[in-house]
Design a protein around this ligand. Structure first.
Ligand SMILES: Nc1ncnc2c1ncn2[C@@H]1O[C@H](COP(=O)(O)OP(=O)(O)OP(=O)(O)O)[C@@H](O)[C@H]1O
Length: 311
């Protein structure tokens, strides 16, 4: 899959602090790409560099169809708290922002009600922003980004401080924007949220990239760094001794798992390998599977593992 953005050794020092340390990765077009990491791991710094809010110390980034180290005009971002005018009504405020961006009257008239509807704020069009909840303000911010119909949206902690209902609304909105073919890059420290909405996740620690993974092994494309699919197999327990050497020849590696039923084993396929091919291979050797299921990796497990294993 084509990349919308490539980073190569991207580094940022703030005085003596190395906030980002040689990060190289590609963000596939159409991905919902989550940047995960503890506080101070460099997520906001990375987003600031790629949007031109801060200058890199070394390394480079390149947006598709844009010269190296230049922010893309097709990208809209909420990185710092947006400064909206609290007393202005939502629709008026969007109209004001659209005017500042040079959008014509006719465009504003048709787009603003459509965008308010899209972010679920039609009923609040005539209310001032100071009467909005935090979740409504977040959705309003996304509507403002959408005025310029960007190809890529960048959101820094979009669910920070929201209640469960607010989190669900933002989640649905992100999924809807992704379904329209937009690429979304978001920073978050909520593993569970990233797991629910993201197609890819990158883990940062102390400015360094620890891991990039594709979240859904069955989704199209990928970063090329994704691990193979994890599947659970079941055979009659007496067939287990014959099963293991065959798994080895197929290139599937058993992984430790707890609480499995007798005769069950979890194996990691090679990247790109197909579970149906494994099934055919095993039946060709007279091992008939009673169970074959794709196991979704828990992001939490790999996140904690990545953070534990690296200094
Ligand atoms: N403008 C700045 N001046 C000096 N140091 C900075 C600046 N911005 C960030 N840093 C430092 O760079 C490091 C990375 O910060 P950054 O805000 O990118 O992390 P983060 O992962 O976004 O953290 P959080 O989850 O807390 O928002 C931290 O040590 C931070 O203190």
């Amino acid at each position: 899959m084509e990349s919308v953005l490539r980073l190569s050794g991207l580094t940022k020092n703030y005085g003596g602090i190395r906030a980002l340390d040689g990060v190289s990765m590609a963000i596939p077009q159409g991905a919902v790409f989550g940047l995960l990491g503890p506080n101070g791991s460099g997520k906001t710094t990375l987003l600031s560099l790629i949007t031109g809010l801060a200058h890199r110390t070394s390394g480079s980034f390149i947006w598709q169809s844009v010269p190296e180290n230049t922010p893309s005009p097709d990208v809209a971002a909420i990185i710092e708290k947006p400064n909206f005018l609290p007393k202005l009504r939502a629709a008026e405020q969007l109209s004001h922002i659209a005017r500042l961006r040079g959008l014509g009257e006719a465009h504003r008239r048709s787009e603003i009600p459509r965008l308010l509807e899209k972010v679920g704020l039609s009923q609040a069009a005539d209310r001032p922003l100071q009467a909005f909840s935090l979740g409504m303000k977040q959705r309003f911010g996304i509507a403002a980004l959408l005025l310029s119909d960007p190809r890529v949206l960048i959101l820094d902690e979009p669910t920070n401080g929201l209640d469960p209902q607010g989190i669900i609304e933002i989640r649905h909105l992100i999924l809807q924007l992704a379904a329209e073919g937009r690429t979304i890059i978001l920073a978050s420290h909520l593993l569970d949220e990233v797991e629910k909405v993201c197609t890819h996740a990158a883990i940062l620690k102390q400015g360094r990239l620890l891991d990039v993974r594709e979240m859904r092994a069955d989704s199209a494309g990928g970063s090329g760094e994704a691990a193979g699919m994890l599947v659970e197999l079941g055979v009659a327990p007496e067939q287990l001794p014959a099963l293991f050497p065959l798994l080895d020849s197929f290139g599937a590696k058993p992984e430790a798992a707890t609480g499995l039923l007798p005769g069950r084993v979890q194996v990691r396929l090679k990247p790109g390998a197909d579970p149906a091919a494994l099934n055919r291979f095993l039946s060709g050797h007279e091992i008939y599977l009673a169970h074959l299921q794709h196991v979704h990796d828990r992001l939490e497990t790999s996140f904690l593992k990545a953070l534990e294993n690296r200094p």
